[in-house]
Ligand binder design. Structure first.
Ligand code: PXP
Length: 254
């Protein structure tokens, strides 16, 4: 049994907005998805307001802030525009991610070590406003140490490479990557950082990283929105909840 307690499940609803935006108009409504996630076992909602507004829009963030009763994790790039929005709305958490216009999704982690001074200055007002600042980084020790030095409350370790290796059936490389994530989680925890993980997780990979005792939150989006097509969003989330709780409790996973 994991003595670190229950794992929080954050649901990323960006791709409900992706589907909405494919046709213009207002449907499907990301707020409705967030409210359904809330009653289906989510502990928080994540939404990424990208510079190009390709999925979530400013109005979605405001509607989520007003409409949900679980914490909102506002994901954004470390730009003055996003800082101003975060300081105006004061979400529970602000998760800083690298952003490239040409990428399809957030490809790598933030280079905290290479941009330490700027990021330290960037997060200070967010912390003063009461937001929990989370940095989306790779598992490299240099990035974890830099995140602790600049005073982040949380690091979210990028699981995308692990999930890609698993999907490709490259099990040796995946095992190495999983071990690197495990060590990263231990290091971050030892430095006083709260440890989250996310990106690319499905039922199998989420139940693997749920085993790391230092990890207190998983943020999952794309896979669950895809599963929702086949089984509905509520049941897809409930199944994820069962899987990660089961893994955490030491129940062997199929
Ligand atoms: N966490 C962070 C920081 C992310 O950028 C994303 C993707 O937006 C996720 C979690 C969720 O990733 P996925 O949609 O692949 O589950």
């Amino acid at each position: 049994m994991n003595t670190f307690g229950k794992l929080r499940l954050g649901i990323n609803i960006d791709h409900v907005a992706t589907i909405r935006n494919a046709r213009g108009g207002a449907l499907p409504d990301p707020l409705r998805a967030a409210l359904l996630a809330e009653v289906s076992g989510a502990d928080g909602i994540t939404a990424h307001l990208r510079e190009d507004r390709r999925h979530i829009r400013d109005g979605d963030i405001e509607a989520l802030m007003a409409g949900i009763s679980i914490p909102l994790n506002f994901e954004c790039a470390a730009t003055p525009e996003m800082q101003a929005i975060a300081l105006r709305l004061k979400p529970h958490a602000v998760c800083l991610v690298p952003e490239k216009r040409e990428e399809r999704t957030t490809e790598g982690g933030l280079d905290v070590a290479g941009d330490e001074q700027r990021l330290a200055a960037f997060i200070a007002p967010l912390r003063d406003a009461g937001c929990r600042v989370s940095l989306f980084i790779g598992h490299e020790a240099a990035q974890i140490h830099a995140s602790a030095r600049i005073g982040a409350a949380v690091v979210e370790l990028h699981t995308g490479r692990y999930c890609d290796l698993m999907a490709e059936g490259l099990h040796d490389e995946a095992a190495q990557e999983r071990e690197a994530l495990r060590k990263g989680a231990m290091l971050a925890h030892s430095l006083g950082l709260e440890v989250h993980m996310g990106h690319g997780l499905d039922y199998e990979t989420a139940s693997h990283v749920a085993l790391f005792p230092e990890v207190v939150e998983l943020n999952i989006g794309h896979f669950l929105i895809g599963e929702a097509v086949f089984r509905g969003l509520g049941p897809a989330i409930e199944e994820m909840r069962r899987r990660i709780d089961g893994a955490r409790a030491g129940v062997p996973q199929a």
